[in-house]
Design a protein around this ligand. Structure first.
Ligand SMILES: Cc1cc2nc3c(=O)[nH]c(=O)nc-3n(C[C@H](O)[C@H](O)[C@H](O)COP(=O)(O)O)c2cc1C
Length: 321
């Protein structure tokens, strides 16, 4: 998720679930071909399985980026056909690509011909107010012919005019039945549903309806501890023996390694774990300590120690900063 997630967030989420597939935020072909490749593609070995999501619409550029993804060790390349932002529309990719299924097919084919990684597509179920099922059915059919076997369906339309990207994740109604219809029409494809899933009951209802998987965005970010139950519940693994404290300690060790290797300040990593104690007593104070930039001169282990002292005065009162 652009502006929210990064490799540090994925490292954190991987501590909570060993099996959930993690996706990068969208990286544009322009950023990769003309920018700092390492900044966009670096990740820790622990993050596997991890997919690189690309934004672009030039088959040759996407193929070159897919090659980079393979070289850097990603497990999958996903093409974004769902982002409605104006910037992305100006670049003629993201959701507006749904109007051009043949071009998307060419993009998929160019990437599939270049690398051995699976090429997948994330898309909406329609553009604007057009809710005809045939539109998304034909999109999926055309793109599948080019070799895409996995479709991640954000089950609402993208309204390309008049709504901000945030509103475009909230206002167009969710229509999960469209994802189900796609699965019925294309039983051999893997259809993963996305959008508004924030409880196990909601996820299970989709799986029970025959969908092959669920992608969770915002709820996973805000309530990451939910992920700790997924390996047992959805992947048949033994129940997790994780504790919040062990995860926090592992993150502190990671912060120390990242600081030594790349000079990364602890707070640019800690921001992703602020929801770790979501719903637990003392969560607010714990979160305040970990998000207090006035502590930024302290080592991460010291911040953790302060965050853990129950009932301690707020950090800003402990000493002059
Ligand atoms: C801040 C933010 C950034 C996002 N960036 C991306 C992105 O880079 N690529 C993408 O495919 N979807 C992106 N999304 C959309 C989510 O992946 C997801 O499709 C959407 O939020 C609906 O799922 P959810 O209800 O589980 O969050 C973003 C969402 C948010 C909130």
């Amino acid at each position: 998720m652009l502006d929210w997630t990064d490799r540090h967030c994925r490292y954190f989420h991987r501590l909570l679930s060993r099996h959930a597939r993690l996706y990068t935020e969208m990286v544009t072909t322009g950023a990769l071909l003309h920018g700092d490749v390492a900044r966009h593609l670096l990740f820790s070995a622990e993050e596997h399985p991890v997919a690189l999501q690309l934004g672009g619409s030039e088959p040759a550029d996407l193929a070159q980026c897919a090659r980079l993804a393979q070289r850097w060790g990603y497990d999958e390349v996903n093409l974004n056909c769902g982002c409605p932002s104006e910037r992305v529309q100006r670049g003629a990719f993201g959701a507006c690509l749904m109007h051009e299924p043949r071009l998307v097919a060419d993009c998929v084919k160019a990437m599939a011909d270049t690398v051995s990684l699976p090429i997948t597509v994330k898309h909406r179920i329609g553009i604007g107010r057009d809710e005809r099922y045939a539109f998304v059915r034909d999109f999926v059919g055309t793109v599948a012919e080019a070799g895409c076997r996995v479709f991640i369906v954000h089950a609402r339309n993208a309204w390309l005019e008049g709504l901000s990207p945030k509103e475009n994740r909230e206002i167009p109604p969710l229509r999960y039945n469209v994802a189900r219809a796609l699965k019925a029409d294309f039983p051999a494809l893997t259809i993963v549903v996305n959008g508004g899933l924030d409880t196990d009951a909601a996820v299970q209802a989709q799986l029970d309806a025959g969908l092959d998987g669920a992608m969770v965005g915002r709820a996973a970010y805000h309530n990451p501890w939910w992920l700790a139950s997924w390996d047992a519940r959805y992947f048949g693994a033994a129940p997790a023996t994780l504790t919040h404290e062990a995860v926090e300690e592992a993150m502190v060790r990671y912060m120390e390694r990242e600081a030594a290797a790349h000079g990364t300040p602890w707070y640019s990593i800690a921001r992703h774990m602020l929801g770790l104690r979501h719903g637990l007593p003392g969560a607010r104070r714990w979160r305040q300590v970990w998000s207090d930039h006035r502590l930024k001169h302290l080592p991460a282990a010291e911040v953790m120690a302060r965050a853990r002292v129950p009932g301690a005065p707020k950090p800003s009162l402990c000493e002059p900063l």
